[in-house]
Ligand binder design. Sequence first.
Ligand code: FAD
Length: 411
Amino acid sequence: MKRQKQKLIILGTGFAAFSLLKSINTHFYEVIIVSPRNHFLFTPLLPSTTVGTIEFRSIIEPIRTAKEKITYHYAYCTQINDEAKIIICKNALDGNTFSLAYDLLVIAVGAMNNTYGIPGVEQFALPLKELADARAIRQRIIENFERASTPGLQFEERKRLLHFVIVGGGPTGVEFAAELHDFLTEDLVDSYPAMIPDVDITLLEAGTSILNTFDAALSDYTLRNFQRQRISVRLHSQVTSIDEKELLLSDGSHVPYGLLVWSTGNTQTDFVKSLSVEKDKAKRIITDEYFHVKGFTHLFALGDCAVIEHQLLPATSQVAQQEGYYLGKALNALAKEKPIKPFIYHHHGMLAYIGSNRALADLPQMKGKGFSTWIFWRSAYLTKLISWKNKILVVFDWMKAFIFGRDTSRF
Ligand SMILES: Cc1cc2nc3c(=O)[nH]c(=O)nc-3n(C[C@H](O)[C@H](O)[C@H](O)COP(=O)(O)OP(=O)(O)OC[C@H]3O[C@@H](n4cnc5c(N)ncnc54)[C@H](O)[C@@H]3O)c2cc1C
């Protein structure tokens, strides 16, 4: 007798959800996806889109065509009623609510930027998490150059507008600073030659080093590289409040800024915080090594919103992607009544771009830095991009930026 398909709802379209979707067999499951983002976003190349090294649409994959025989809803999940096995959703465009029934539910909703409750962050700082954020940053950079070019503008105001501040010395903050430096020295220098001497880039980090998840020698190399590039790195610098034009540090200093990018790590979404399931201190959903939410057999959680009990895996795309592939394969095996082994994470290392065609590679088998590592960085990400369409678009974008420069128009 033909086995009835189970209804599998996946919440999210990020690394965990997308790799699950790629590996699940729709022959066994009726797959329904709910997410306020109708595409998968390849975040490791997001900093490159803020300055136009890569175009926005080159690093996304539309979800509706990612796999045949799936259903997608452009909505947030707002509530899970596990007794009735339904979820309540809110359309991300018009706010209309609806409910969906499930047999199995996967929570892969990621995390959000941590503002640490610092006054002014939400209002004045720009995050770098989604394409819309990258677009807003790109617009603001050009806008500030245009404003700073106004005849008769006071010197202090021009300096403020051209002061680009990044808070957070992790890979995202470092890569954005690096891309911004390249944009200034390779393209904006031609469009706004008179402005360039007044430009400053400052990276503020509350801790004792930048890129603290990387090998210490690579972190030091980045500091020296940033010194050469005139990116000022201020360690032990804790932001205490922000207003429209300046931020205040814990040592009492005032820092005027024209653009402020906030990239200080993750916190959980209100949706995850609202769920009545067991969580760790960081409010991540606790699961076993098969990704069952603790105490449930038909609820799963993975990616940045979850943590495997007694395992401390970093919140990275690498982890989320491996978890998603694993769960898809495990669910396929379950449908075929085959045994399943617990999840084991394989660390392949970390990469970061640090500007001027230099990159870092902190791999289990070797540490690399400089120009040759930049070639490796580009090839590695090209391989990791999901579709041929994206691989080709990204190669064209790189060639276009190299030959014609990045576009500096505002529209
Ligand atoms: C700029 C940037 C650069 C990065 N670079 C790297 C890198 O180089 N290497 C690396 O390993 N990692 C990198 N990361 C981290 C990596 O992107 C994350 O760890 C990874 O995306 C986590 O995957 P996820 O599936 O858990 O969540 P996400 O990819 O964040 O996806 C979450 C999904 O859930 C959806 N969602 C949210 N709320 C709801 C809801 N209530 N209902 C339904 N859906 C919801 C979201 O719209 C989204 O589609 C970077 C992150 C950023 C922001």
